[in-house]
Design a protein around this ligand. Structure first.
Ligand SMILES: [Mn+2]
Length: 483
C-alpha cells in the first residue's frame, strides 16, 4: 500500500470515527505518576516523556517512546511513537511497533507477531488493551472488565533519553569502524582498503567453491546467524548509516550473531538531476569496504546491474557505468579502477538461508540448481536474469512470474513459503519496502535509497519482517563527535 494513500485513508477513517463514536468524549489524564486503567477510555498527553505499560496480571512491561530524531531540527517531533519490549529492544534485533497519527494497536494474544515482537505472556486475553495515536495524544482503552493494567511516566533523565544515548553510542563505535570522520579516503588509503577487501573476496566465507576452485555465485548463510537485508542504496551513505544506528543491528554484528546483506547497486544516484553525481558513490563503497574488513564473515555485498562499468548502465542520458569508471581512474588512479573491476568479478549473486532467498533483481526464469548458481561464471544468461529482470507486466512479456518464484524456491531446495527478497525495482516513489509483490506470497522488494526513509528486511525469531526508519544525517552527526 502506497504511504500517501494510506495516510489519506487514515485521515478519512478518523473523521468518520470522530463524528460517530464521540472520540473526544474520553477523559483526559495528565499522568504524573502510576495510573491504573479502568474500563473507561482515557487520553494521555505525553509531554516528551515516555510511558511504561504494566500489563495485568503478570506485570509484563512495555515501553512507549515518542520517536525522536538524534538531532531535533525544530521543537516539533514527528508525533509518532515506538512501542517495544525494553527487555529486548536494546540488546537484540527485535520487533517494535510505530504508531503514527491515527494508528491503533490492540494488544492481546490473538496476534502471533505481537507475541513475538513484544514477548507477550501466553495467557493474555485475545484482546486486552488498545492504544491509539490521536494527534500526539495516546488513547488507552481496555477490552476486559476489571483491567488493572497500569501506565506510568518514565521521568528519570537517563531513561527518558535512553534511545538517543543508546544510538549515539553506536555512532561512536561506527566512527571507530570507519577510522574517523565520514569522508572520502585519500587515494592511497582507498587503494590499500580495496586491495584488502579483494584479498578477503578470494576466499569469501559461506561460498561453496565453483568448478574453477573459486568462491561460487551462491552465499549460504549459516543457520545460527540472524539475517538482515538492505536493498539498493544508490549513493545514499546516510541511509546505510541510519540502518546501522537503529535496532540491534550493530550489536548483532559486533557479537557475531547476524549477517548483513546488501543487495547490490550501492552506487549511482537515482535522484533526478543527480545522475552524474559520483562522489557519494565513492564514499558509500569506502564505507561498505570498511564494513567488509571489520565483519568479513558477516557482511555480504552481492552483485547488482550497476556494479559494472558497462555502457549499458545509463539513466536520463547519463552513461553512469562509463562515468563511474572514469571517475575512479581520475580520482583514485588506474590501479584502483582495476581493483574495483576485480571486486565486481568476485561477487556472488544469490543469498540462501533458512529464512530467505535474496538476489538483486529477480528469480531465475531458467531451470537452476544450487550447483548452477555456484558455477554462474559460465552462465551469462542466468546472470542477466538475476540482476536485470523485472516482474512480468503488460509490455514486459519476458519478466518473471509467480511460477518462476515458486520454482526458484524449489530448485534451491527451500520450502514453498520461503521469502524471496529482491531489490532493483521500486514499486512506488514513496516507500522503501513492498510486501507480497505481484500478489506473490512472501515476495518482497527492498529499495534503500529513498530520501526520507530506509527499509530493512530483518529476521526476528524464525521469520523476516519489514522495518522502516526515518533517514537521518548520520554522517554529519558522526563527524560532530570527538574521537
Ligand atoms: Mn538494479
Amino acid at each position: 500500500m502506497a504511504k500517501s494513500s494510506s495516510k489519506a485513508r487514515k485521515t478519512l477513517l478518523k473523521m468518520l470515527r470522530n463524528s460517530f463514536s464521540g472520540l473526544t468524549q474520553c477523559e483526559e489524564v495528565d499522568v504524573k505518576e502510576a495510573y491504573q486503567l479502568s474500563d473507561k477510555k482515557v487520553r494521555v498527553h505525553l509531554k516528551d516523556y515516555p510511558l511504561q505499560i504494566h500489563l495485568h496480571p503478570d506485570g509484563k512491561e512495555l515501553d512507549i517512546y515518542p520517536e525522536r530524531p538524534l538531532i531535533e531540527s525544530d521543537s516539533k517531533g514527528t508525533g509518532n511513537y515506538i512501542l517495544f519490549d525494553p527487555e529486548r529492544y536494546f540488546s537484540e534485533i527485535s520487533g517494535f511497533y510505530r504508531l503514527e497519527d491515527g494508528d491503533r494497536i490492540t494488544l492481546g494474544s490473538a496476534d502471533p507477531e505481537q507475541r513475538l515482537f513484544l514477548d507477550l505472556p501466553k495467557d493474555l486475553p485475545l484482546r486486552k488493551l488498545s492504544i491509539t495515536d490521536d494527534e500526539g495524544g495516546l488513547i488507552f482503552k481496555s477490552h476486559v472488565s476489571n483491567p488493572k493494567s497500569c501506565i506510568s511516566p518514565i521521568l528519570k533523565d537517563k531513561k527518558v533519553n535512553r534511545i538517543i544515548s543508546w544510538r549515539m553510542k553506536k555512532l561512536q563505535r561506527l566512527r571507530k569502524i570507519f577510522g574517523g570522520p565520514i569522508g572520502l579516503l585519500p587515494a592511497a588509503e582507498a587503494l590499500a582498503l580495496i586491495q584488502e577487501v579483494n584479498d578477503i573476496m578470494e576466499s569469501e566465507a559461506c561460498r561453496p567453491e565453483n568448478s574453477a576452485g573459486r568462491p561460487g555465485g551462491l552465499i549460504t548463510i549459516p543457520d545460527k546467524m540472524q539475517l538482515f537485508i538492505i536493498g539498493d542504496l544508490h549513493a545514499k551513505p546516510d541511509n546505510l548509516l541510519t540502518v546501522l544506528s537503529q535496532n540491534g543491528f550493530l550489536e548483532a554484528l559486533e557479537e557475531e550473531r547476524a549477517c548483513m546483506v546488501i543487495l547490490g547497486d550501492a552506487v549511482h544516484n537515482e535522484e533526478v538531476g543527480q545522475y552524474d553525481e559520483m562522489e557519494n558513490s565513492l564514499l558509500i563503497m569506502d564505507l561498505i569496504f570498511r564494513l567488509k574488513l571489520r565483519f568479513p564473515k558477516q557482511l555480504f555485498y552481492i552483485k547488482g546491474n550497476h556494479d559494472s562499468f558497462s555502457e549499458d548502465i545509463a539513466k536520463g542520458g547519463v552513461p553512469q557505468g562509463l562515468l563511474w569508471e572514469k571517475t575512479l581512474s581520475k580520482t583514485r588512479g588506474k590501479a584502483y579502477r582495476k581493483e574495483m573491476a576485480r571486486f565486481y568479478d568476485s561477487l556472488a549473486y544469490v543469498i540462501s538461508s533458512k529464512q530467505a532467498i535474496a538476489c538483486h533483481a529477480a528469480p531465475a526464469t531458467s531451470a537452476v540448481t544450487p550447483e548452477r548458481i555456484i558455477d554462474i561464471q559460465d552462465n551469462p544468461k542466468l546472470v542477466k536474469q538475476l540482476i536485470s529482470n523485472r516482474m512480468m507486466r503488460p509490455g514486459r512479456p519476458n519478466g518473471y512470474t509467480k511460477g518462476d518464484v515458486k520454482r526458484f524456491r524449489k530448485n534451491l531446495g527451500l520450502p514453498p513459503n520461503t521469502p524471496l527478497v529482491v531489490g532493483h525495482t521500486p514499486m512506488s516513489s514513496d516507500d522503501t519496502l513492498w510486501e507480497h509483490v505481484g500478489d506473490i506470497e512472501n515476495h518482497y522488494i527492498a529499495y534503500a535509497s529513498d530520501r526520507h526513509q530506509v527499509g530493512v528486511m530483518a529476521q526476528v525469531g524464525e521469520e523476516i519482517y519489514p522495518f522502516r526508519y526515518p533517514v537521518e544525517p548520520i554522517s554529519s552527526i558522526i563527524n560532530s563527535l570527538s574521537n
